[in-house]
Design a protein around this ligand. Structure first.
Ligand SMILES: Cc1cc2nc3c(=O)[nH]c(=O)nc-3n(C[C@H](O)[C@H](O)[C@H](O)COP(=O)(O)OP(=O)(O)OC[C@H]3O[C@@H](n4cnc5c(N)ncnc54)[C@H](O)[C@@H]3O)c2cc1C
Length: 270
């Protein structure tokens, strides 16, 4: 059985700047990384391979240079890597992205029974957290979001039990396989590639599935198939902070200074 790990290549947003004139991301010289949540999706897929003997496929939709990201997944131990790349896939919103990925999962399922698709909780660039659920609904698979632990997998009965991390509580859920899981950071600690695996990955094949392979209706994918378009990206304006006192004030004096300032600015009433 196969586990499919979905990985997106994203700009390292700690270093991304926004062009104030155009409101677009400045991509020149910005390094690309595997979306951090997806490193946990990959690790969990590889952990399932170690424990249950599943095979693992890594899948990514993106420009041709995404091959570099997929090669990193091969170095970690995935069995096959598939790059979904074609001009007609470009400019996709979450609807069109999940549509192409779901079709790729269905293609894989024709070759090997798919047990699970594992995604990150969200990306650090688009941040929508919609692609995992989108894949689940398009494939007709069970949907388990915010998973912080896979408790058990019953391959015979085609069932999985997971723990979901919710606001202030956990939830234990059983679902039928195949299932799409989206995972949070707490689920595991990603492994590092070994030097021999890295060298082996350089030689391994990253399969390119373009639209000649996928044969998808061009009006349902990419920009044409995307009802949502991002019009503008901008950093919120930062209001300059004000430092009160000289840092040497007594607590009572500091509190009075703070209250007087808040009153004078009409933030609290006297
Ligand atoms: C700043 C910014 C804002 C955006 N806002 C929107 C918006 O409001 N609405 C909208 O529809 N689109 C938006 N997009 C476009 C969006 O990035 C793409 O549709 C993207 O391919 C998927 O959405 P996401 O990044 O939010 O993924 P999420 O839904 O946050 O990703 C969840 C998981 O799905 C998997 N995944 C996501 N994308 C891929 C991929 N390309 N290949 C493989 N696995 C993947 C990963 O496992 C990932 O962890 C935005 C893009 C940017 C850069």
């Amino acid at each position: 059985m196969l586990v499919v790990a979905c990985v997106k290549q994203v700009p390292d947003t700690t270093q991304v700047k926004i062009d104030p004139e155009t409101g677009t991301l400045i991509r020149e010289g910005v390094p690309f990384i595997i979306n951090p949540f997806d490193t946990h999706a990959l690790e969990e897929s590889l952990r399932l391979k170690d424990e249950y003997g599943f095979r693992v496929a890594a899948i990514s939709m993106g420009p041709p240079n995404t091959e570099v990201t997929l090669r990193k997944t091969l170095a970690l131990g995935v069995d096959r890597a598939i790059l979904l790349s074609d001009r007609v896939f470009g400019g996709a919103d979450t609807l069109a992205t999940s549509m192409v990925i779901a079709e790729a999962v269905k293609r894989l399922a024709q070759e090997e029974e798919v047990a699970m698709v594992i995604c990150g909780k969200q990306t650090i660039d688009g941040d929508t957290a919609q692609v995992g659920p989108g894949i689940a609904s398009r494939c007709g698979y069970s949907q388990l979001t915010l998973v912080d632990q896979i408790k058990s997998v019953d391959v015979e009965a085609r069932k999985v039990v997971v723990r979901r991390k919710l606001e202030g509580r956990h939830e234990i859920v059983e679902a039928a396989l195949p299932a799409v899981l989206t995972v949070v950071r707490e689920i595991n600690r990603p492994r590092y590639p070994t030097v021999p695996m890295r060298l082996k990955a350089e030689e391994a094949e990253v399969a390119l599935w373009d639209n000649k392979v996928m044969q998808l209706d061009e009006t349902a994918i990419g920009l044409k198939g995307s009802p949502t378009q991002v019009r503008r990206i901008f950093s919120p304006e930062r209001v300059k902070g004000e430092i009160l006192g000289d840092g040497m004030n007594e607590p009572g004096e500091a509190a009075r200074l703070l209250v007087d300032t808040l009153v004078s600015k009409d933030i609290v009433s006297p």
